[in-house]
Design a protein around this ligand. Structure first.
Ligand code: PGA
Length: 249
């Protein structure tokens, strides 16, 4: 790992069946015609990873999962192991997304264990942190995300390729975004916590911003100091919208 490699990742969440692959194909073709300034990844539902990986093969589009289990195998009905994602064609995995933390009760310790599993399987983790509206209004945004960083990033990340995504919970899927000053403040705090936790090599990991990123606000957000890319939900489902964000970088 030498230079910081900035990344724009699309998180399809629980959206998309086979017909959605046409969007991935359109994205792959567009990036062949005009390369992106940053790395680009799509994280589809687990059922689509293998087909999507085949669809974008030979293009710059990388493929990721949205979660994995910490254990390598076993009696965990419905769950997916990191090695299974890698076997299906994923190179990255989103971990600790706020929807996992809230709907599945994932703690920082759970996320840290999943990060370890992802690294063991050769996957690059994208570790998500972010405060709720209540926490922001109470003036706790920085302390909350710094605690999440401290608890969710295991030692195993030292010297490894990974990203952290700052996603304020109140900005996800709401159309609301923090000001660029607020984004910069939290990203600087996240960077400080990463370096405190993992040492100087953590300066090389990009910090992505996530939460209502769209073509119209992408340039401003991506040009904010310490923003090393974006994690994009709704606007990654259509190639045209996602490309609008990618081209703003
Ligand atoms: P959004 O989701 O872009 O739809 O707000 C972002 C995310 O949850 O990763």
């Amino acid at each position: 790992m030498t230079e910081m490699r900035r990344l724009i990742a699309g998180n399809w969440k629980m959206n998309g069946v086979g017909s959605a692959l046409t969007e991935a194909e359109a994205l792959a073709e567009a990036l062949k015609a005009g390369p992106a300034a940053m790395r680009v990844a799509l994280c589809p539902p687990a059922t689509l990873i293998e087909r999507l990986a085949r669809t974008v093969e030979g293009s710059a589009v990388e493929v990721g999962g949205q979660d994995c289990r910490a254990e390598a195998s076993g009696a965990f009905t419905g769950d997916v192991a990191a090695a299974m994602l890698a076997d299906a064609g994923a190179g990255l995995v989103i971990l600790g997304h706020s929807e996992r933390r809230s709907f599945h009760g994932e703690t920082d310790a759970d996320v840290a264990a999943k990060v370890g599993a992802a690294l063991a399987a050769g996957l690059e983790p994208i570790v998500c942190v972010g405060e709720t509206l209540e926490q922001r209004e109470a003036g706790q945004a920085v302390t909350v995300v710094q605690a999440q960083v401290a608890g969710s990033l295991p030692d195993a990340l030292i010297g490894k390729a990974f990203a952290v995504a700052y996603e304020p919970v109140w900005a996800i899927g709401t159309g609301l975004t923090p000001t660029v000053e607020q984004i910069e403040e939290v990203h600087r705090a996240v960077r400080a916590a990463m370096v405190e936790r993992l040492g100087e090599t953590a300066r090389k990991a990009p910090i992505l911003y996530g939460g209502s990123v769209k073509p119209s606000n992408a340039a401003e957000i991506l040009n904010t100091p310490e923003v090393g890319g974006a994690l994009v939900g709704g606007a990654s489902l259509k190639a045209a919208d996602f490309l609008g964000i990618i081209r703003a970088a």
